[in-house]
Design a protein around this ligand. Structure first.
Ligand code: FAD
Length: 472
C-alpha cells in the first residue's frame, strides 16, 4: 500500500510529488506520456524539440511562490531572464512590455498616446505588488465548516481590494481613462486574455490588473525546454512515465489505481487530471456524482497550436503577441502568442535553427466535426504561418518543419481538450470553485482547473494550498 499516489505529471502533479518525496513521504507519480509537464512540457517531432504550450516562467523572484517552492525542495532551474517580456505587435505598432514601469509607459505613450497612462499603469503595478505581499489565506472544500473557516482567511484580501473586485474591468478602465480607443482596448484585452482566460468585460479589475501587470515581475525563458526542468527537478522521486491510470476504484480506506496490467493501492490520491475529466476515471458512486457539479465550469476554451522550425541567423525576441483587428477563423481570439527559442539554447534547437511555439485561443467544439477537421486545420495553420512570417521577417524557404495541433491533439496526448483551466470570470467566485481537497477521505486535486487558476503562478499557489491542507 503506497502512502501517496499522484496521477499526472503536469506542473501541479510533479511539484506536489517532489514536495512529498522531499519531506520523506512514500510517493509515486504516474504520467501517461513519456515526458513530464503536460501543458508545460517539451516534445520531439521529426528530430526537433518544441515547448508544447507554456513558454514563459513567472514568479521566480524573492518572496514569490515559484521561487519559494523550488528553494523549499532544493532545486535551482536553469533560466534566462527575458527583457522585454513580450513584444506586442498591433498593426504597425510595436510595443515592448518592459519590466521597468517608466520604460514601458514611455514605449506605450509613443504608440497609444494618453494623458492617463502613467497613472493607470502605476495602479496596475502597485496592485500586483500589494497582492503578492498578502499571505495567510487558504481554501478548503472538505466540508461546510472547513470551507467557511477558509473563506474567512480571505477577508483581509477582500477588504483591501474591495474597490477593484466589485466592478468589471472594462467599465473600470473606461471610467478611469474617460475615453479609450477600440484599438487600445484590444491591446489590453489581448493581454488580459492570456492570463485570466477571459476579456475585460468578464473579469473584475483586480484580475485584469494582475493579468496586465505580470510582465512587471521577472519573466524567464527555460533552458532546454520545460520537460528538462521537470526531469531535473524530479531527480530522486519515483516517477512512472508511460503509465496511464485507466480506472480508479475507491475502497473503504484506500484507492485502487488500475493501470493496463497492474493495480496499485494507495491511502492518499492526488489527481492532476482536470476536474472536468477526473469523473471519467470512476465508474460510478458518489465521487463520480461529485465531479458532475464542476462540469458547468468547463468553458470549452482551448488552444490551436502552430509549431515551426526555421533556419536563421537573425536575432529574435523570446515572445511576441500579434494582435489583429478581427478573430482568426476557427478561433475565438484576434491575438496570437509566438515564442521563439533562445539563440544560444542548443539543447532545444541546433545552432542556426530556432523552434517556434505559437498559440491562439479556440473552442474545443469547433474541432468535433470530423468531416471538416482537416480543412479547418490547414486553413488556420496557413493563416498563422503567413502572419508569423510577415511580422517576424521569416522567408518561406527558411521554414524547415511545420505542423499544428488542435484541442483534439491535446486530448489524445494529455487527456484534456479544455486548456487554460477555470477562467477567472466574475461568476466563478471562490466558493463555487473546486479546492485542492475534497469531501472524500484521502482524495485531493492539483492543477489549473482547481483553486486558484492557471499558469505557473496559479498552479503553484494551488500546490502551496495543498501543502497546507495535507499538513505535511
Ligand atoms: C498554449 C498554452 C500556453 C501557455 N503558456 C503559458 C506560459 O507561457 N506560462 C505559464 O505560466 N502558463 C502557461 N500556460 C498555462 C500552463 O501551461 C497550465 O496552466 C499548466 O501547465 C497546467 O498544469 P497542470 O498542473 O494543470 O497540469 P496539466 O498540464 O494539465 O498536466 C496534467 C498531466 O496529467 C497527465 N494525465 C492526465 N490524466 C492521466 C491519467 N489518467 N494517467 C496518467 N497521467 C495522466 C497528462 O498526461 C498531463 O501530463 C499555457 C497553456 C497553454 C495551453
Amino acid at each position: 500500500m503506497r502512502e501517496y499516489a499522484v496521477v499526472g505529471g503536469g506542473i501541479g502533479g510533479a511539484s506536489i510529488a517532489k514536495y512529498l518525496s522531499h519531506k520523506g513521504r512514500d510517493v509515486v507519480l504516474f504520467e501517461k506520456e513519456s515526458y513530464l509537464g503536460g501543458c508545460s512540457s517539451t516534445f520531439s517531432h521529426a528530430g526537433f524539440s518544441y515547448n508544447t504550450g507554456a513558454t514563459t516562467l513567472v514568479g521566480y523572484e524573492e518572496g514569490r511562490e515559484v521561487k519559494e517552492f523550488f528553494e523549499s525542495v532544493g532545486f535551482t532551474p536553469r533560466l534566462v531572464p527575458t527583457e522585454p517580456t513580450i513584444t506586442i505587435i498591433q498593426g504597425e505598432k510595436i510595443t515592448p512590455r518592459h519590466k521597468e514601469l517608466d520604460a514601458f509607459v514611455a514605449a506605450l505613450e509613443a504608440n497609444y498616446s494618453h494623458a492617463k497612462h502613467a497613472e493607470f499603469w502605476r495602479l496596475v503595478h502597485d496592485l500586483c505588488e500589494e497582492f503578492y505581499k498578502m499571505r495567510g489565506y487558504y481554501y478548503s472544500n472538505k466540508n461546510i465548516f472547513a470551507k467557511a473557516r477558509s473563506l474567512m482567511s480571505f477577508s483581509p484580501l477582500f477588504f483591501k481590494f474591495f474597490t477593484y473586485l466589485r466592478t468589471d474591468a472594462k467599465s473600470f478602465i473606461k471610467k478611469f481613462y474617460g475615453d479609450v480607443s477600440d484599438e487600445y482596448m484590444k491591446f489590453l484585452d489581448a493581454q488580459i486574455m492570456i492570463v485570466a482566460q477571459a476579456k475585460s468585460e468578464h473579469v473584475n479589475f483586480l484580475t485584469a490588473a494582475l493579468s496586465l501587470g505580470y510582465t512587471f515581475g521577472q519573466n524567464y525563458y527555460v533552458v532546454g525546454g520545460f520537460s528538462k526542468l521537470f526531469e531535473e527537478m524530479m531527480s530522486g522521486v519515483e516517477v512512472r512515465t508511460k503509465s496511464e491510470i485507466k480506472k480508479i476504484v475507491p475502497r473503504q480506506k484506500h484507492y485502487e489505481l488500475h493501470l493496463k496490467n497492474e493495480i496499485i493501492e494507495c491511502k492518499n490520491l492526488i489527481l492532476n487530471s482536470t476536474v472536468y475529466d477526473s469523473g471519467k476515471l470512476f465508474e460510478s458512486g458518489e465521487i463520480k456524482v461529485f465531479y458532475r457539479k464542476y462540469e458547468k465550469l468547463n468553458n470549452h476554451q482551448s488552444s490551436f497550436m502552430l509549431y515551426m522550425t526555421i533556419q536563421s541567423d537573425a536575432d529574435f525576441a523570446h515572445h511576441y503577441q500579434i494582435i489583429e483587428a478581427r478573430n482568426f477563423s476557427h478561433a475565438i481570439s484576434n491575438s496570437l502568442f509566438v515564442s521563439v527559442s533562445d539563440k544560444n539554447d542548443n539543447e532545444i534547437s541546433p545552432k542556426g535553427y530556432y523552434t517556434i511555439t505559437a498559440s491562439v485561443h479556440t473552442d474545443v467544439r469547433f474541432w468535433y466535426d470530423k468531416a471538416a477537421y482537416k480543412a479547418k486545420k490547414r486553413e488556420l495553420e496557413y493563416c498563422l504561418k503567413e502572419l508569423i512570417s510577415q511580422k517576424l521577417g521569416i522567408r518561406h524557404e527558411q521554414i524547415v518543419h511545420l505542423f499544428s495541433a488542435t484541442p483534439t491533439t491535446f486530448e489524445r496526448y494529455i487527456k484534456r481538450a479544455q486548456l487554460g483551466g477555470n477562467a477567472i470570470i466574475m461568476q466563478n467566485i471562490l466558493p463555487r470553485l473546486p479546492s485542492n481537497d475534497t469531501p472524500f477521505r484521502g482524495l485531493y486535486h492539483v492543477g489549473d482547473s482547481v483553486y486558484p487558476a492557471q499558469g505557473w503562478i496559479g498552479v503553484m499557489l494551488g500546490v502551496k494550498n495543498l501543502q497546507r491542507l495535507l499538513h505535511v
